[in-house]
Structures are given as structure tokens and as C-alpha cells.
Ligand binder design. Structure first.
Ligand SMILES: Nc1ncnc2c1ncn2[C@@H]1O[C@H](COP(=O)(O)OP(=O)(O)OP(=O)(O)O)[C@@H](O)[C@H]1O
Ligand SMILES: [Mg+2]
Length: 514
């Protein structure tokens, strides 16, 4: 519609001025805010449509399932057809048509889309600790576990690996304490309990291989349209921490993996973070700082990040300050607190002579927003009251058969569906422990036979018949010896294993810097 813009709707007097989001500045992030039912999801939907049409791949989380409609075309039979066409006419959207978009569905639980996985090592100790709500002391132990695995090139891929590693850490806590500082049994036990919680929340599905390849999120179709990647998040929302941590991980992976591109003509990927308040709710300062840092730096990798939340206040100020493109739907002004938040929200805009920003944010109708886009040289534009364009794709969810068909036809169909379990920490530790135990047992039997022979010799054949039973104290000695043999064998094994770099990422790097 407008050159190098994503068309968003009509502003100015009678909504006649076309409003667009400049592709060039859409990597400078954005915010979609507003009370419930004011039009946030539809705004996200039309932005996804616009980016896709401009050849920009999109990643978004679908919290209520309604964004799956992007995969289907809108229809003249739809109950809001008249409302949509009259809205289109009102804003001069003359080439408004219904169409579907190329969608790839993803699902951490592998039900409503291709399974999306990462490895424990890639997630790193900082994010995992947050995910598992670990205390500082427990986080310290997690760091040690990762460090040992990292130094010794032992792959920690899934939760089984982490479990095995923690057991090993517990067993070797004395040695490890000498090297790294206090490792207490209580802390190790507490982490193990949290690990169980994580398993029950769906962590077993999330961690493992094949891990998500980021290039699969950055595909464009043969017709040049960007793929819209939709993460099913309805079920995921019942584990808000898993949800937030996963998206945060994804963001940090993108940051780590993508090359610098400076300020490209259009973004490489646009990332929508719905229910963004979950990310920041009781997040430790260190984490908020990291998010701020990632947001600031990921821009030059050509990734635009858009937060969607009810109130702009949900987003920490430092991060809010980096969200250059704003779609502020209506905010309520019932309580004194509401009014304060409203006032604060209004203060961040460049005023428009035609109206007071505060009034506009309170008064805008459904599907209307107070907008401000970055313009030339990345300067925020004057605030507008914009009637947002109607969607071209279906409003509301698609049905299960349609979804299944889209999944089956996707370019990554079949690639992620089967989980693979290659040799990693768990298998290494288990097989070594077994071997070592066998070796120790053999040595023990040998020693026992020797000592029996000795005793028998000393006893001068006083006993005929039954052998002397093993004493319990002797048994304990055996256990100890086995333990030591296992530790040694494992350490040897760890040294010998060549593996890829395990801990990376700005969030993983947090621990490495210490
Ligand atoms: N741009 C638009 N064009 C046409 N209709 C719209 C538009 N925006 C919103 N609407 C109408 O308003 C309804 C509510 O919008 P939407 O679902 O986007 O609200 P929301 O802010 O996401 O609400 P919630 O906080 O409950 O998720 C839509 O179902 C649609 O009928
Ligand atoms: Mg919504």
C-alpha cells in the first residue's frame, strides 16, 4: 500500500491519513498495550500479516488460540464482514481483500504444532535457575554442575542428563566443594525436587533433540512472503514460568546466533511477545537487566521485538524506553491508580495539537489505537489516533482438521516429530558407573578369594564345608571402593569426551563471566 511500510490503519481527521509502520525502523521494537477487549490481538494479527506480505518472517505466541486464524482466509460469510468492509472504506483501504498467510505451527508439547525443543545446555544455568525458582545457593550449585560438564565437554541435553549430573555432583560434593565452594546435600536435593516439578510442567518435552534450528523460524516462502511462526501457548500459559523462560531463551539464541546487520531495510524477523508481563513479574534485577541488554543489542541483528501487555506499566522503564513503535489501545480510568497509569502512558508521546493524548488513550474505541511510529532517522512521530485496519485472514481460531493439514504441509513437517536420544551425560555416567562397579566387584571378588585362600591356609583346613560369611564392615569398604572407582572412571571419561561448546548465550554467559 505505502512503500516500505506496513499499513496499519487511518489517522488524522476522519481517519483519512494512512498510517504505516516503517519497515526500516521496525527493528526498533514496539509495544501493543490496552485493556482487555480493546483490540490488541487484532493489531498483532494485522502486523503479522503486513510483515509476512513484506517478506519478513514473524514469530508470535498464541495465548488464546485465536491467532491460528492467520492460516485461513477471512470470508464474506463471516459475521463481521460488513463491519470489516465499512471499516476498510472509512480508512481508504481500497485494496482490502481476504487471504490466508503461510503459517508454521509450533508447540512445546508437540500437539498443536511441530515440537519445539532446546537442550538443557543451551538454556544455560541462569534461565534454568529462574525456571526452577532456585535460591542463590542452589543456583550456585547449578553453575558448578554446568561448569563441570562444560569443562569436561559432557553434553547435557535433556532433563535425564541434568538429573544424572546432579546425582554425580551430590556424590562428589566433597571434592567439588574443595574446588568450587560449598556444595550441600540439602541444596542438591532441593534442585532435584524442583527438577521433578519442571518435568511435570512439560519440561521433559521441551528439553532434548532435535533442538530447534533458528533458520526454521526465518523462512520465506517461494512467493516471497515471510512465514508466520505461531507458538501454541494456551496450554503453556498454565506454566507461565516455562512460557516466559522459553521465549527469553529464544530471544537470547537469536541474539547469539544471528550476524550483525546494522540497520537493514527491513527486519530479518519480528518477534511478538504476548502476555509480556509474565516475563517481568517478580523477575530478579539481573534478569531484567539481561532482557534490557538483549533488547538493545538484538536490534542490530535485524530482529524487532514487540511486547503485548495490558498496561505499559507492566514493562520495566529501561525496556519500555526502547520500544519505539507504539500501539496504545484504550486504558481504563476507573480508579486513581488507573488514572495515574494513564497519565504516565500519555507522557511518553510527542503531543498532537488536535487532541490531548491522555483523553485519546481513554476514549479510543475498540480496534482504535493511539499510535506513534518511528519516522525518519528513527525519531518518534507525533501521536495519532488510528483506526486499525481489519484483518485479511480469519478472525478467531481455525478448527483442528485445518490445523492438522497446515502442520502436515509445512516445510519442516517430519523433521522435529521424532525425539532422538543420543549419548549424553546420563548414558555416559550410567555406563561408566556400571563398568566401574563391575571392575570394582571383580577386584573385590578377587581380593575375597585371595583372602579366603589365605584364611583357609592359615586356618590349616580347620573348616571343612561352609564358607565364612562376609561381614558388614567389609561390605561398606567395598561400597566405598566402588564409589571411588566410579568417580575416577567418570572423570577419566569426562576428560576424554569431545563435545560441542555447551554453555553459551548472553544469559548462559552470565554464569561464565563469574
Ligand atoms: N482492527 C480491527 N478491525 C476490526 N475489528 C476489530 C479490530 N480490532 C478489534 N476488533 C474487534 O474487537 C474484538 C476484540 O479485539 P481483540 O481480541 O484484539 O482484543 P484484545 O485486546 O486482544 O482482548 P484480550 O485482552 O481479551 O485478549 C475483536 O474480536 C474484533 O471483533
Ligand atoms: Mg487478545
Amino acid at each position: 500500500m505505502v512503500e516500505n511500510m506496513v499499513f496499519i490503519g487511518g489517522g488524522g481527521v476522519n481517519y483519512q491519513d494512512k498510517q504505516g509502520l516503517s519497515l526500516k525502523y521496525s527493528n526498533r521494537h514496539g509495544l501493543i498495550a490496552g485493556a482487555t477487549g480493546t483490540g490488541k490481538t487484532v493489531t498483532l494479527q494485522i502486523l503479522a500479516e503486513g510483515f509476512s506480505a513484506a517478506g519478513v518472517p514473524v514469530f508470535l505466541s498464541d495465548v488464546k488460540g485465536d491467532l491460528s486464524g492467520l492460516a485461513a482466509s477471512g470470508s464474506p460469510d463471516f459475521k463481521l464482514h460488513d463491519a470489516f468492509t465499512s471499516r476498510a472504506a472509512k480508512i481508504g483501504f481500497t485494496d482490502y481483500i481476504y487471504e490466508s498467510y503461510p503459517v508454521t505451527f509450533w508447540d512445546l508439547f508437540g500437539k498443536q504444532g511441530h515440537p519445539v525443543r532446546t537442550t538443557v545446555a543451551e538454556m544455560g544455568p541462569l534461565l534454568l535457575s529462574r525456571l526452577m525458582q532456585l535460591s542463590e545457593a542452589q543456583e550456585g550449585i547449578m553453575n558448578i554442575a554446568f561448569r563441570v560438564a562444560d569443562e569436561e565437554s559432557m553434553p547435557i541435553l535433556d532433563l535425564k542428563d541434568l538429573q544424572a549430573l546432579l546425582i554425580w555432583v551430590g556424590e562428589n560434593r566433597e571434592d567439588l566443594s574443595l574446588r568450587y565452594g560449598n556444595v550441600s546435600t540439602q541444596s542438591v536435593g532441593a534442585i532435584q525436587r524442583q527438577l521433578l516439578v519442571l518435568e511435570n510442567q512439560g519440561g521433559t518435552d521441551l528439553f532434548g533433540e532435535p533442538a530447534l534450528e533458528l533458520s526454521d523460524l526465518m523462512r520465506t516462502d517461494v512467493d516471497g512472503r515471510g512465514r508466520i511462526n505461531i507458538l501454541a501457548a494456551d496450554k503453556l500459559m498454565s506454566s507461565p514460568r516455562l512460557y516466559a523462560t522459553f521465549l527469553l531463551w529464544l530471544l537470547s539464541e537469536l541474539f547469539e546466533t544471528l550476524p550483525e546487520v546494522g540497520d537493514p531495510d527491513k527486519p530479518k524477523l519480528v518477534f511478538f511477545f504476548d502476555e509480556a508481563h509474565l516475563l517481568f513479574e517478580d523477575a530478579p534485577k539481573a534478569l531484567v537487566d539481561k532482557v534490557e541488554q538483549v533488547a538493545r543489542l538484538i536490534r542490530s541483528k535485524g530482529v524487532g521485538v514487540y511486547f503485548i501487555t495490558q498496561n505499559p506499566d507492566d514493562v520495566p522503564e529501561d525496556i519500555l524506553g526502547q520500544l519505539g513503535n507504539r500501539f496504545q489501545h484504550a486504558l481504563r480510568a476507573f480508579t486513581a491508580r488507573d488514572r495515574k497509569a494513564l497519565k504516565r502512558a500519555a507522557e511518553t508521546y510527542r503531543p498532537n495539537d488536535r487532541f490531548e493524548t491522555v483523553d485519546a488513550i481513554r476514549d479510543v474505541g475498540v480496534g482504535e489505537a493511539v499510535t506513534s511510529m518511528l519516522e525518519k532517522k528513527g525519531v518518534p512521530g507525533i501521536v495519532e489516533r488510528t483506526l486499525i485496519r481489519p484483518p485479511s485472514s480469519q478472525l478467531g481460531p481455525i478448527d483442528a482438521p485445518t490445523r492438522a493439514a497446515v502442520i502436515a504441509a509445512s516445510p519442516v513437517a517430519g523433521h522435529y516429530e521424532k525425539k532422538i536420544d543420543r549419548r549424553s551425560a546420563y548414558e555416559i555416567l550410567a555406563s561408566r558407573a556400571e563398568k566401574a562397579a563391575r571392575a570394582a566387584e571383580e577386584a573385590e571378588t578377587h581380593a575375597e578369594q585371595q583372602s579366603t585362600a589365605e584364611r583357609e591356609f592359615n586356618a590349616g583346613r580347620r573348616y571343612s564345608g561352609s564358607r565364612v560369611g562376609r561381614s558388614t564392615s567389609k561390605r561398606a569398604g567395598t561400597g566405598e571402593r566402588i564409589g571411588k572407582a566410579v568417580t575416577e572412571a567418570v572423570i577419566k571419561e569426562l576428560r576424554g569426551t569431545t563435545g560441542r561448546r555447551l554453555v553459551r548465550g548472553i544469559l548462559g554467559g552470565f554464569f561464565k563471566g563469574r
